[in-house]
Design a protein around this ligand. Structure first.
Ligand SMILES: O=C(O)CCC(=O)C(=O)O
Ligand SMILES: [Mn+2]
Length: 192
């Protein structure tokens, strides 16, 4: 299991009224986009909607695509300010947003280890809407795996060397019919 240095789950960071207000605001404020991924020469729609917001210099290259961030919105700044008050020493200059329309939307196994994030990034993940299962598996220790249920209004912090040793995913949960919004706040290092 990861240490508290690597992984912390804080349920109820946003109360129920805030959860509903922020879910609704984000649903309309954010220009949710269907992107595509190419695997083995075949193009597929990404199984969720996404958006990328942050400071103008936060260029993010993902699957060979150079992404320019959209500006901060009032709701995004509200959420960012709240989580920065809980993460002394960590500030965030961009956020990747995912909209899971229902339990068929998902995200496959990966680590948040893009080189722009530096070697030991602090990733602050905030969730609103449906509770979804978040799975972890160790990269080299077979059978070292566990899951956390990410509830609406929660914050999950992944930091230290977490991304070196663990993969994570949001699996499909076909019986879920209601949507979920997840925001992962990140700090992209600016080249000198
Ligand atoms: O939706 C989630 O909780 C996870 C999102 C995630 O892993 C990512 O954006 O890198
Ligand atoms: Mn991730």
């Amino acid at each position: 299991m990861p240490t508290a240095e690597q992984l912390q789950y804080h349920p109820g960071l946003f109360d129920v009224n805030e959860q509903f207000a922020l879910f609704d605001a984000l649903q309309v404020e954010i220009p949710w986009t269907q992107t595509h991924i190419t695997l083995f020469g075949k193009t597929h729609p990404t199984p969720r909607l996404t958006a990328w917001h942050g400071d103008p210099h936060c260029i993010y290259t993902y699957s060979g695509v150079v992404n320019q961030p959209l500006p901060w919105t009032p709701s995004l700044l509200t959420i960012k300010t709240r989580i920065e008050s809980l993460t002394p020493g960590a500030t965030f200059n961009c956020v990747l947003l995912n909209f899971y329309r229902d339990g068929s939307d998902k995200m496959g196994w990966h680590s948040d280890d893009e080189k722009e994030l530096g070697p030991n990034p602090c990733i602050a993940s905030v969730s609103f809407g449906s509770t979804r299962r978040f799975d972890f598996k160790h990269k080299t220790e077979a059978n070292n795996k566990f899951s956390i249920h990410l509830e609406s209004g929660s914050l999950l912090l992944m930091q230290g060397d977490m991304q070196h040793h663990w993969l994570h995913q949001i699996p499909a949960q076909k019986r879920i019919s209601t949507p979920r919004i997840n925001l992962t706040f990140r700090h992209i290092l600016v080249p000198e």
